[in-house]
Design a protein around this ligand. Structure first.
Ligand code: SF4
Length: 452
C-alpha cells in the first residue's frame, strides 16, 4: 500500500514524510536509484522531512535533482564527504553493526559544528542563578524564546543552521518547557522590548498551545513587539487557511495586535516558487488581515537561490503580497556548509544586481548580512582604493550596543565566506577589531528566519 496520496488538497491534513517514506517518494516521482540511496544514507546524519504540499506543489520534479526546492528539502550527494558516505553505506548495509553505525553518525554530526557561535554557552540567560533553558539573550532589546513543543518544522531545509535541533540528541536541543522562566526573566529585564518566538517553527503547535505561550507575554508591559519566526507560509500555508484551528490562530494574532503590541511574522522564503501558490498568497492575506506585519528573510544558498534573478523576483513577489523584504543572510558555518556556502564577494554581487532591479518600496531589504558572534555584520560593498581592495562592512546589530551602526573594512577576498576568514584593515577602531577578532573559528551565527 502506498503511503502517499496522489495530490494535496486545500483541506489536506498535515502529515510529515521522513526517511522511511523515501522509497514511496522515489517510486511516485521516478527518482533514480542513486538519488534515492543518497537520501537514505545522508538522512541517517542530517534531518529529512517533507510533506505532501511540498512534494506536490513546490518541487519541480522535471528538474530534480537540480531543482532548487528539491535541493532545499532533500539531502544531496556532496553534503557529506565521500569517505563518510562509504562508511554509512557499509555500516547500514547487510551485516553492518547498529552500534558502529550509531557511533559513526554521532562522530560525523560532531564534525559538522552543530551549535555555531557558541550559542549554547554565550547567549543563555540566567534567572535566580540558574540557566534558563530554551532562551537566548544576545542583543539588549531582544530575547529569543524556543517553546518546547515548537521545535520541529513542517518540512526541514537541508541548509538549516538549527539542524542539530532535529536529530533527536537531547543535548543539541533548545527547548523551554513553558513561558514561566521567560516571564520571570522579562520582569527583571525591562530593556527587553522584543520577544522572538522561534524554533523549529512555532506554527507547528496547535493554536491552543501557541496561545499558552503567547498570552503570558501580554501581561508584561515592557514587551512591545512579539515576533514569530516561521516558514509555515512556504511549507504548509494551510496552517493559516484550512487547518481546523487556522481561524483560531488568526484570532490569536488579532488579540496580540489589539493589546497594542506589534505582531511581526518573520517569514522565511528561500525561493519565489514558495509564494507562487494560491494557498501561500491566501495565507499571507489572512495573516495581514489580523494587523500583523510580515517581514521576509532567508540566507543566500548555493544550489537554491544564489543568483540575482531569483532574489529580485523573490523580493518583488514579497512586496506584491504586502510583505516586507527584510534580510538576505549569509549561510552560517554549520552542517553541510561547504555544499551551500556562497563567497561574500559573490553574495555582494548578487545582492546589488537584484537590489537595483527593485522598486523603492522593496529596498527595505538589507544584505548580505552575517549574524556572527559580535553581532550582525552587513557587507555593504567592495571598494577599490590606492591601498588595495576592501569589503565595506557595518555593524547592523551588536552584542555591545556601542558598536551598532559603525562602519569598518576588511581586505577583499574572492573566496572568504564568513567574517572569521577576513583580515581587518589596520584602521579598524580597537573596540570593533576586538569584538570581531574575538569571533572563534567556525562560530557563525548567520541564519534563516529565526534570529532577531
Ligand atoms: S531553516 Fe527554519 S524552517 Fe528550515 S528547517 Fe531550519 S528552522 Fe525549520
Amino acid at each position: 500500500m502506498t503511503l502517499l496520496a496522489a495530490s494535496v488538497t486545500d483541506t489536506a491534513r498535515f502529515r510529515a514524510y521522513g526517511p522511511r517514506q523515501i522509497n514511496e517518494i522515489a517510486t511516485r516521482y521516478g527518482l533514480p536509484e542513486d538519488v534515492r540511496e543518497t537520501v537514505r544514507l545522508f538522512s541517517l546524519v542530517l534531518p529529512f522531512r517533507v510533506n505532501e504540499y511540498v512534494l506536490s506543489q513546490l518541487v519541480d520534479w522535471r528538474r530534480a535533482p537540480e531543482d532548487p526546492i528539491f535541493q532545499l528539502v532533500f539531502p544531496q550527494r556532496g553534503m557529506l564527504t565521500a569517505d563518510d558516505e562509504l562508511l554509512l553505506a557499509r555500516l547500514s548495509g547487510e551485516g553492518g553493526s547498529r552500534a558502529e553505525l550509531d557511533a559513526a553518525v554521532r562522530r560525523i554530526r560532531a564534525r559538522l559544528n552543530p551549535h555555531p557561535a557558541g550559542q549554547m554557552q554565550l547567549n543563555v540567560p540566567r534567572h535566580d542563578g540558574a540557566e534558563l533553558p530554551g532562551l537566548q539573550h544576545k542583543y539588549r532589546e531582544t530575547v529569543l524564546y524556543f517553546p518546547g513543543q515548537g521545535q520541529t518544522c513542517h518540512s526541514y531545509c537541508t541548509y538549516c543552521f538549527r539542524w542539530a535541533q532535529f536529530v533527536g540528541e537531547a543535548d543539541l536541543r533548545f527547548a523551554a518547557p513553558g513561558p514561566e522562566g521567560l516571564v520571570s526573566y522579562l520582569g527583571e529585564h525591562p530593556e527587553v522590548s522584543d520577544v522572538l518566538v522561534t524554533g523549529g517553527d512555532p506554527m507547528v503547535m496547535s493554536t491552543a498551545r501557541l496561545r499558552s505561550h503567547l498570552e503570558p507575554l501580554l501581561g508584561v508591559p515592557t514587551v512591545r513587539t512579539i515576533r514569530i519566526g516561521t516558514k509555515s507560509v512556504a511549507y504548509w500555508p494551510q496552517r493559516f487557511v484550512t487547518d481546523k484551528d487556522a481561524d483560531d490562530a488568526l484570532r490569536l494574532f488579532e488579540e496580540v495586535v489589539a493589546s497594542g503590541r506589534n505582531l511581526a511574522v518573520m517569514a522565511h522564503f528561500s525561493h519565489p516558487r514558495e509564494l507562487g501558490t494560491d494557498l501561500a498568497r491566501q495565507a499571507l492575506r489572512r495573516i495581514r488581515s489580523t494587523g500583523a506585519l510580515v517581514y521576509c528573510q532567508a540566507p543566500i544558498i548555493a544550489h537554491v537561490n544564489d543568483d540575482a534573478e531569483t532574489w529580485a523576483e523573490l523580493w518583488r513577489t514579497e512586496l506584491a503580497a504586502g510583505a516586507v523584504p527584510y534580510y538576505m543572510f549569509v549561510e552560517r558555518d554549520t552542517g553541510p556548509h561547504d555544499y551551500f556556502k556562497v563567497p561574500l564577494a559573490r553574495s555582494v554581487e548578487v545582492f546589488r544586481a537584484a537590489y537595483r532591479e527593485l522598486p523603492g518600496l522593496a529596498r527595505t531589504v538589507r544584505g548580505p548580512v552575517m549574524s556572527a558572534t559580535p553581532g550582525k555584520v552587513a557587507v555593504d560593498g567592495v571598494e577599490q582604493t590606492p591601498e588595495g581592495r576592501f569589503f565595506r562592512l557595518r555593524m547592523l546589530q551588536a552584542r555591545n550596543p556601542a558598536l551598532v551602526g559603525r562602519p569598518f573594512r576588511a581586505h577583499y577576498s574572492a573566496d572568504a565566506s564568513w567574517l572569521d576568514e577576513l583580515k581587518l584593515d589596520t584602521s579598524t577602531p580597537a573596540d570593533l577589531a576586538e569584538a570581531v577578532r574575538g569571533t572563534p573559528k567556525g562560530s557563525g551565527n548567520g541564519q534563516s528566519k529565526s534570529l532577531a
